[in-house]
Design a protein around this ligand. Sequence first.
Ligand code: FES
Length: 153
Amino acid sequence: MTPDQLSQPEPTRRRVIEALLGGGLLASFASFLYPVLRYLVPPAVADLGGDEIVAAKLTELKPNSGKIFRFGNRPGLLIRTSSGEYRAMSATCTHLSCTVQYRDDLRQVWCACHNGKYDLNGRNISGPPPRPLEGFEVQVRGDEIFVRRRREA
Ligand code: FES
């Protein structure tokens, strides 16, 4: 063998190294691209919930309190007012979709993300929320509180 031949890598070793480098670059590219694509094309999430669910037991909420419950794939908010009345609405803020909560000190529905506020009927009254929260019907049957989506007329 000449010294020139000794310094040249073997063709098969070169191919293996090129394949490894190429595979690594491809894997890196895919690892960057995948989250971007998942963000741009979110998976279709089926709403597995029906039109009605049991949001709470009758004894669960004291006056002037609220409870987050799961309604399909979204959170809902059940409120028992100071006078003992029940109200239910979507807990997804109409601004940027944060989950709202009942504030017993304000007696309002409040969004912690940007200080958005809604009244007890879900109407947006202050802050950035552009629309009211979707309201639900509430029915007490036996010792359970049922929440149902409003039917469109
Ligand atoms: S997301 Fe609720 S106020 Fe901005």
